[in-house]
Design a protein around this ligand. Structure first.
Ligand SMILES: C[S@@+](CC[C@H](N)C(=O)[O-])C[C@H]1O[C@@H](n2cnc3c(N)ncnc32)[C@H](O)[C@@H]1O
Ligand code: SF4
Length: 417
């Protein structure tokens, strides 16, 4: 498995050099030069910890959450002050953990960001189903949140049990969502759970749209090595059948595929913090992507607060990209939206896509993974499955290794992937 990802990396980056992340960081962050910059804020608190979840999270207490947010606001001003005036940015996403647990203070965080940035494409925030009530939703809406994403995982008791999650109060959810509407209401599901059928998934999706969602994200279950989950992986053939069937179902219903895993029932419903050219992240484990580098904050809440208290960055690791590495990164995450616009690549890198990856594009077309129209390469159903399949390898070879280390070491010396 890691041999496939290593060979693919060497082929696409045209070098045997691995991706090397080092324990170093710049004192000035080059975000002023980034057009269409997105913002991300990580809030790592959860009321209980799910054993399958790989994200950076800790158990919630009002006191530790408050202390963390005080530091987060300091970090926002520290970074924001590096740029004179207010910089135009696209969207802001709050991820976690469960950021809705800090509903009382979301406005304060947004106000701090508004001092340095002008957010033009809305604000998204993640909730646990337990947070979906009129009081919390109204607080979020008053703070300026325009998109919400609720982690359902499954409405079906059998899978909630497998994942160690409680049942969802669908009556309260429907009523709260009708009282406090948002531009996007997204619901997250996990698929490829043991013995999960197309009918199980279809009823989850139908129920989501009937409760007030206008966007769903259907993530394949990933068995991270450092989590304690005992969920068995679904065999590849069955998984492909399930993914193809659910994709076809959503397409037949008229839902549009906004990324590999997401479908929306309304045109302006979107929820994606991944497919952005540049982003600036705040909080522990948050990442930032600039023209030539990618950096990651420490995963450790205590070390994060210490660094910020002493007026320093909480960066744990930085990778400085070669041009080809940056191209591969750009292509991988742009392809996540199932479409790559040729002119976007040329605008970003000032070189024709065909000149850099003409052979790979030819192979992808011959294998039926992509088709070309109007200056766009679009993934076929087959292409989307293999992207998913490769992303699984990538996640297990790269993200799993990196997060596995960063959970245990606040500031590792170096990580080579
Ligand atoms: C930060 S959580 C969402 C908000 C909230 N904390 C919750 O769990 O309801 C992000 C999402 O990642 C997905 N996720 C977590 N662990 C996963 C895994 N091992 N494989 C696939 N998806 C996973 C879940 O769908 C989850 O809703
Ligand atoms: S899935 Fe959500 S609630 Fe569960 S541990 Fe992860 S972030 Fe927390």
């Amino acid at each position: 498995m890691s041999l496939i990802t290593s060979l693919t990396r060497m082929w696409l980056t045209r070098t045997t050099k691995p991706f090397t992340f080092k324990n170093e960081y710049d004192q000035i962050l080059p975000f002023a030069e980034c057009d269409s910059l997105g913002l991300y804020v990580h809030i790592p608190f959860c009321k209980s910890i799910c054993n399958f979840c790989p994200y950076c999270k800790v158990l919630y207490s009002a006191e530790s959450c408050d202390r963390y947010i005080d530091h987060l606001i300091q970090e926002i001003h520290f970074v924001g002050n590096q740029h004179k005036g207010r910089k135009k940015v696209t969207s802001l996403y709050f991820g976690g953990g469960t950021p809705a647990l800090a509903a009382e203070r979301i406005k304060e965080i947004i106000d701090a960001l508004n001092e340095h940035f002008i957010i033009t494409e809305g604000i998204g925030l993640e909730l646990h189903p337990d947070n979906v009530n009129v009081e919390v939703l109204q607080k979020l809406k008053d703070a300026g949140v325009t998109k919400i994403s609720i982690g359902i995982q499954s409405f079906c008791g059998k899978y909630q049990k497998i994942l160690g999650r409680k049942s969802v109060d669908t009556v309260e959810m429907k009523s709260a969502l009708s009282v406090v509407p948002f531009e996007t209401v997204s619901m997250d599901f996990i698929f490829a759970l043991p013995e999960q059928t197309f009918d199980d998934l279809r009823s989850d999706i139908d129920l989501a749209f009937s409760l007030g969602a206008n966007h769903v994200a259907i993530y394949p279950f990933i068995d991270f090595t450092f989590t304690e989950s005992h969920v068995a992986a679904m065999p590849k053939k069955e998984k492909r059948k399930l993914l193809d069937a659910i994709t076809q179902y959503c397409i037949d219903k008229g839902y549009s595929r906004s990324s590999i895993w997401t479908f929306s029932s309304e045109q302006n419903a979107d929820y994606s913090s991944m497919t952005r050219d540049y982003f600036l992240g705040f909080g522990c484990s948050a990442t930032s992507l600039f023209k030539k580098q990618f950096k990651i904050n420490t995963f450790d809440v205590e070390s994060y607060c210490k660094r910020i208290s002493r007026g320093d960055f909480a960066t744990s690791l930085t990778i400085r990209f070669t041009k080809r590495q940056r191209m591969v990164y750009w292509l991988f995450w742009t392809a996540y939206s199932t479409r790559v616009r040729i002119s976007d690549f040329e605008k970003f890198f000032e070189v024709p896509l065909k000149k850099m990856y003409g052979f790979e594009i030819w192979i992808a077309k011959r294998l039926g993974f992509i088709k070309e129209y109007d200056g766009i390469y679009e993934m076929t159903l087959k292409g989307a499955f293999y992207y998913h399949y490769y992303e699984n390898f990538y996640t297990l070879s790269y993200i799993d290794k990196m997060w596995g280390i960063m959970r245990n070491e606040a500031f590792p010396e170096q990580i080579k992937l």
